[in-house]
Design a protein around this ligand. Sequence first.
Ligand code: NCD
Ligand code: ZN
Length: 344
Amino acid sequence: MSKTQITITQPDDWHLHLRDGEALTSIAPFTAKQFARAIVMPNLNPPVTTVVQAVEYLDRILAAVQGTDFEPLMTLYLTDNTRPDEIIAARKSCFIKGVKLYPSGATTNSDAGVTDIRLCDKTLEKMQEVGLPLLIHGEATAPDIDVFDREKVFIETTLQPLMQRFPELKVVFEHITTKEAADFVTESTANIAATITPQHLLFNRNAMFQGGLRPHHYCLPVLKRDTHQQALLAVIRSGNAKFFLGTDSAPHAKSKKESACGCAGIFSAHAAIEIYASIFEQQDALDNLEAFASFNGPDFYGLPRNSRTITLKKQEWQIPESYPLGSETLVPFLAGQTINWKLA
Ligand code: NCD
Ligand code: ZN
């Protein structure tokens, strides 16, 4: 018999872009409404590279979610020049939960990212020592690599050697998109986990070209072919505890998406937990949702599970065509479509 209501421990979003300024004010409440905590990405312009910048950003986020209990979990943006001292300060800070590796040029605001991971070995050694996780955007960036192969090549050329050099380093392989990544994480030691986005579960690359070019289905890492989508769906059906919820909700103004050179990023925070619930139900895996959304993440990060619960009801509702993004417009994931779970 299919369920008409589920109550689960309040979930957390382990990969989120909150932006800054008026965009932050527009979008942060969507996340605070559903999630207790979120790992906040540091790819602002300029990036959040120091503990001091992170605490300032934290204050701006807290102002945007005033009146809620939402707890932002901050990250630092790793550069070629991040010092081991900054890692010590981050660990002492208590509110910084990870350090993000953007290979230089891989995605939005990654220009200040790492040009060669070996330049960071002293810093990574310190992270391994103090137990601060490395959050990885896992794509190789050399211009001759096929865009659909970037994740697979990254595993071979960067991630495997990195794990050999730092076998105890805690790593979150963010927003995985391929069977190779799912297999790599499944077969690795317990200190490697991964996040999975709603879009990579729901779609494959056909969605970007359905009847024309679909900029609102464009994100990085880009959607892959059907076999990879199927591998990610198999992961969530399996209930493997190394995989957890990370929306990668990444808003860009409509004008920046619907453009001759459109930005990468899909905004899903408006309905994230509802969309995941629909996907899990469709996979006959609704019983696995709570662990994926609410247990596996905190367990990996060594944080307590949330004590509150949320209730989702089986109820159709239509996602709006757009939301305000400061003075601009934002087209949300699944705009105009009907979904069948709603946060009570
Ligand atoms: C993200 C963004 O816009 O900040 N874009 C995206 O397509 N996911 C950056 C990122 O996580 O790659
Ligand atoms: Zn991201």
